[in-house]
Write a protein that binds this ligand. Structure first.
Ligand code: ISL
Ligand code: CA
Length: 572
């Protein structure tokens, strides 16, 4: 077996750097047996579609045994397939058929916490002297009130839940049904490494590691340091033994396989970026930065959109930090945020397709491994749920419960629910829109979550027939990236960083050089190039508004709203 590729420089070629990752939320992709829930057989039936996209890796959200308090992020059996998803035979068939098509499979690894229904936790909470007690993190009542820790999903906000039988609190950064594992216990780490080997030995190609930055806790339990108040993921991502554990995981497991690793980097600050991915440290290959989405959420909370110069600054910083060492990842959507085009583009009928294409071009011309979320290749939009009964996500449901405790008026409650509807993770979890039928071709029966009503016009079938569709444009982008190594490894040089509408940059590798022009706004603009930026005539390689045969002069041009154009730029 080939060892995990560790490269000495970011320019060293590796399949995981050249990958375009397609993320599939399996509950919502394709139902095959008429129960309204997506499943593995459904995914198998759609592999031809995925292959034709030109992506090379599929990341599958959790499909393990789970009571689904948090849609599979609460695991009760790490070696089983959840009944709704199918069987282990289905899984083996899926993996074999993916490999036949040259597709790699990356699974979700959720080991910061388990389900409270996992046998370890059932044991652990049965008595204080149970051998599994130390698999989790407890605060016995004799020690008084536990130090303040916030939970993401708890209705009351505290990350400590009371366990009556053993008269102790247990720690849960997420829901009460997601108790945090105690990584300081070597037996826990052994179990995790074992289950990772189990899946690698089945032949999977890697892991996306859920909140992996949170696994080490400061077991002296200080009060939350003041600087992290309101900013607790940053505290959670700085546990004292985090890098020791990642290094150990690499030594024990990852280094034994030719695998793909990406950690979820909630709370990771740019100053620490290289600690996770610098080649010699032998930890991970990549992680997801949260700085951009955190900035977006902060802007939304102020009733604004993130301004374009800030967007570019954060985007560029997270590319440039890996210029010499390590490697980055880029994404603009996943199962934890509202839809890409609704958040970063413009989902109105006028600009939906064009702005989706621009965002996809940004992802696929970036110097990092791009992750594209299912449905974003056709520009799926938010659903904007407006009534409580429509929500399925524990985060939204509990946020509404929490708000209700303040005894709001009916109007206040309705406004809160509508605001949730705009930001809820459920926006990104509605069924894949395959065609214009009632359930979008996802299922024959009422799905577990409503299908977006715009499936009648926004769907794969319609876009297959239209050569100018977002879907065809995405295929052109994956092909371009495969053909042009400059778009993957090439030097990244942002131009006009202060421009309030344009995202303009150059990618250069050897004699190949491309300029990428993205207008991230609804307004057209006039642009003049300086001779330094752009010497001579440039051939349009791909554009969402210009014909391919056109040439662009060095002097200046009008840029359309949400224009996205790649030019081959002659070097002087
Ligand atoms: O979804 C979020 C809040 O809106 C994120 O902050 C999210 O909680 C954080 O990124 C961690 O996410 C991961 O772990 C969670 C799970 O609910 C998410 O789906 C998963 O991606 C707990 O396992
Ligand atoms: Ca099903």
């Amino acid at each position: 077996m080939k060892g995990q590729e560790i490269n000495t420089t970011p320019l060293a070629r590796a399949w995981w750097k050249e990958a375009v990752v397609y993320q599939v939320y399996p509950r919502s992709f394709q139902d095959s047996n008429g129960d309204g829930v997506g499943d593995l057989r459904g995914l198998i039936n759609r592999l031809d579609y995925i292959q034709r996209l030109g992506v090379s890796v599929v990341w599958l959200n959790p499909i393990y045994g789970s009571p689904n308090d948090d849609n599979g992020y609460d695991i009760s059996d790490y070696r089983a397939i959840m009944a709704e998803m199918g069987t282990m035979e289905d899984f083996d068939e899926l993996l074999a058929k993916m490999h036949d098509r040259g597709l790699k499979l990356v699974m979700d690894l959720v080991v910061n916490h388990t389900s409270d229904e996992h046998p370890w936790f059932v044991q652990a909470r049965s008595s204080r002297d149970n051998p599994y007690r130390d698999f989790y993190i407890w605060w016995p009542e004799e020690k008084g009130v536990p130090p303040r820790r916030w939970s993401y999903f708890d209705v009351d906000g505290s990350a400590w839940a009371w366990d009556e039988r053993t008269r102790s609190y247990y720690l849960h950064y997420f829901s009460v049904k997601q108790p945090d594992l105690n990584w300081d216990n070597p037996a826990v780490r052994r179990e995790v490494y074992d289950l990772m080997r189990f899946w690698f030995d089945k032949g999977i190609d890697g892991f996306r590691m859920d909140v992996i930055g949170f696994i080490s806790k400061d077991m002296s339990f200080p009060e939350l340091p003041e600087k992290y108040r309101g900013n607790y993921p940053h505290y959670y991502a700085h546990g004292p033994r985090l890098h020791e554990y990642l290094h150990e995981m690499n030594r024990e497991v990852l280094s034994q396989y030719d695998c793909f690793t990406v950690g979820e980097g909630a709370g990771v600050v740019i100053e620490d970026a290289l600690l996770f991915v610098e080649e010699e440290r032998k930890e991970l290959q990549m992680f997801f930065s949260f700085e951009l989405v955190d900035a977006m959420k902060a802007a939304v909370a102020r009733g604004e959109r993130l301004d374009i110069p800030s967007f570019k600054r954060i985007w560029s910083q997270w590319i440039e930090v890996f210029a010499e060492r390590g490697w980055g990842s880029v994404y603009l959507g996943n199962h934890d945020f509202a839809r890409m085009v609704s958040v970063w583009g413009d989902d109105s009928p006028e600009f939906r397709d064009r702005s989706t294409k621009a965002l996809l071009m940004l992802l696929l011309t970036s110097r990092a491994t791009p992750f594209v979320y299912y449905g974003d290749e056709i520009g799926m939009t938010n659903v904007n749920f407006i009534s409580e009964g429509q929500f399925r996500d524990i985060e939204s449901i509990n946020a509404i419960k929490r708000f209700k405790k303040q005894n709001p008026s009916a109007d206040e409650l309705a406004a809160f629910v509508r605001a949730q509807g705009r930001t809820s993770r459920d926006n990104a979890r509605t069924p894949m829109q395959w065609n214009g039928e009632q359930y979008g071709g996802f299922s024959e029966v009422t799905p577990w979550i409503e299908v977006n009503s715009n499936t009648d016009t926004l769907n794969v079938e319609v876009q297959e027939q239209n050569p100018d569709s977002t879907l065809h444009f995405f295929r052109a982008l994956t092909m371009l990236r495969r053909e042009q190594l400059a778009l993957i490894y090439g030097d990244y040089a942002p131009l006009r960083p202060e421009h309030s509408q344009l995202f303009l940059y150059r990618r250069t590798l050897g004699v190949e050089s491309f300029i990428i022009i993205l207008n991230l706004s609804r307004e057209p603009l006039e642009m003049t190039f300086t001779a330094e930026e752009f010497p001579g005539l440039g051939e349009v390689v791909l554009s969402n508004v210009r014909g391919q045969e056109s040439l662009i002069a060095e002097t200046g041009l009008t840029i359309e709203p949400f224009e996205a154009t790649v030019i081959r730029a002659p070097l002087e």
